[in-house]
Design a protein. Structure first.
Lengths: 89, 425
């Protein structure tokens, strides 16, 4: 079941309170928050199944908005980056 | 060389001619597993079957689990807005790919080995691709239902790559879906009220036949009619001017409009008066002008669309056969876009009729399950469908009609069923 939970005032790892939520489906679950601990705001994404975290700044997000669907599809290939024969994971 | 049919086809034709006669059908049609297997091939995996409604996948990336008989189907909407019917089966080892009843995801990852698909069925990739000689080496994907088409947002699928179009399959029944949609101030039906599933130990055809059987309501539904003071019971009696119509193609309806026209009261079809739904009635009059009166008086259809979609005025049922003696009834309240006042009432009426403690579906289901046990008994072997055959006539459009309590719809169902079952694969 797709869920979008939105809470406010959750403590992030950098100790800053921020708007947070979880975008989840039966296939993946990612915690989303806007982190304000740096000199500028950035999106904090946490893969809830592995704990892996990535930050995306405004320019990176804008790039994603403009990313052609074909490029996104190539990234979704499981062996493109995460599960390839040379990977350690 | 011989010009005659192969022996097996002959046998098949003889078999169904023997079992399906103009005024009676054989009990084994409801109990023989071999016949059920043949129905899957000749009906469920060939003709157009109702699957879902576009309003159930309103946004790109939306998906819902649906079915065609025992087949697990995923209905999706891609980024371009196109609706797809996919088989929920990984091309690798055959695992089910989607588990949730609904969700939003533009791609699906099989939980078994991580094979990942686009929501149009294309294979996006598989983990550790060297084992397949690299990426993009496999011409595989999710199974697709070869033909998908819709009418008024009702999405149908056909496993046959060729054959009659959906418009040809629906024939006059398409007009009943139009009649339903025109009751919306925005001209659109929405199936967004959620679904109830009732597992029923009966053959699917007992349900399909019962849906436009106007002979049973006075008996089976006597209790709900008396408790609610509903005027519906009187519509199914010898004094009623309502008719049962064979719409062709196995479709049939109880056309109650003659009765509603006689009273000429807006919203009587809904068992209410217009002052109870003032906003709705006002919107309809604003939209249609004087023509609104006819729409508000005639109301919603009571139609069985072969083989699995039944619309009973305010609620909708989908019949899913699982085996010769078991099926699931999926039911929901009809909702009209732009009619929140009416929609709330339709949901509460449906709770009372088909909800877990509802009084209508439970009564019918009791009859289905008793019927399934009864038809398995050895004598008499036949189920009688002759009621009203002598007083049947053609209406102004050439369709066969009987009185409100006649078995005209059943005879139409069986005639079409026999044609399908005798057709060569």
């Amino acid at each position: 079941m797709t869920e979008t939970e939105t809470d406010t005032g959750i403590e992030t790892e950098s100790g800053t309170k921020s708007l947070t939520g979880t975008v989840g489906s039966e296939f993946a679950e990612v915690a989303v928050s806007i982190d304000t601990a740096a000199n500028g705001p950035r999106l904090r994404l946490e893969d809830r199944r592995t704990g892996r975290v990535r930050y995306l700044d405004a320019l990176e997000l804008e790039t994603l908005v403009w990313l052609p669907d074909g490029d996104l599809r190539r990234l979704l290939d499981p062996s493109a980056h995460r599960w390839h024969d040379d990977a350690g994971s | 060389m011989t010009a005659t049919l192969p022996e097996t086809a002959h046998e098949q034709t003889d078999k169904y001619a023997r079992l399906i006669q103009p005024t009676r059908v054989h009990g084994s049609l409801y109990t023989d597993p071999e016949i059920f297997a043949e129905e899957l091939e000749h009906i469920w995996y060939r003709t157009w079957v109702y699957v879902g409604h576009v309003s159930e996948v309103p946004e790109p990336g939306d998906y819902v689990r649906k079915n065609i008989g025992p087949q697990d189907v995923v209905m999706t909407r891609d980024r371009d807005g196109e609706v797809h019917l996919l088989l929920n089966r990984c091309a690798h080892r055959g695992n089910l790919v989607c588990d949730a009843p609904s969700g939003n995801s533009n791609s699906f990852r099989c939980p078994y080995h991580g094979w990942t698909y686009r929501n149009n069925g294309d294979l996006l990739g598989y983990p550790y691709n060297k084992g397949y000689g690299g990426k993009g080496k496999l011409a595989l994907g999710l199974g697709r239902i070869p033909r998908v088409a819709s009418h008024q947002g009702f999405v149908f699928g056909s496993f046959a790559p060729d054959g009659p179009t959906l418009a040809e399959h629906l024939g006059a029944a398409a007009g009943e879906l139009d009649r339903l949609a025109r009751l919306s101030p925005e001209g659109e039906v929405e199936l967004t009220a959620g679904w109830l599933k009732h597992r029923t130990r009966a053959n699917w055809k007992l349900l399909a036949e019962n849906e436009t059987d106007g002979y049973h309501p006075q008996f089976v539904h006597g209790s709900i009619f008396s408790v609610t003071g509903s005027p519906i019971g009187a519509l199914y009696s010898d004094n009623s001017t309502a008719v049962t119509r064979d719409l062709g193609g196995g479709h049939s309806e109880n056309d109650l409009r003659p009765e509603f026209r006689r009273f000429a009261e807006p919203m009587r079809w809904f068992g209410t008066t217009e002052d109870r739904v003032p906003d709705y009635v006002a919107r309809m009059r604003e939209l249609h002008g004087p023509a609104a009166e006819e729409i508000l008086i005639e109301g919603s259809p009571h139609v069985m669309i072969f083989p699995n979609l039944f619309i009973a005025e305010i609620q909708l049922f989908v019949i899913q056969p699982l085996s010769v003696g078991e099926c699931v009834q999926h039911s929901t309240a009809v909702q009209f876009k732009g009619a929140p006042e009416l929609n709330r009432r339709m949901v509460s009426q449906c709770v009372g009729s088909v909800g877990p403690a509802g009084m209508l579906l439970a009564d019918d289901t009791e009859m289905y399950e008793r019927n399934q046990r009864g038809v398995a008994l050895r004598d008499p072997e036949w189920v009688d469908i002759r009621r009203g055959v002598e007083r049947e006539r053609a209406d102004e459009n050439g369709f066969r009609i009987g009185t409100a309590t006649d078995e005209t719809g059943m005879r139409g169902f069986w005639s079409h069923y026999r044609n399908l079952m005798e057709a060569e694969k």
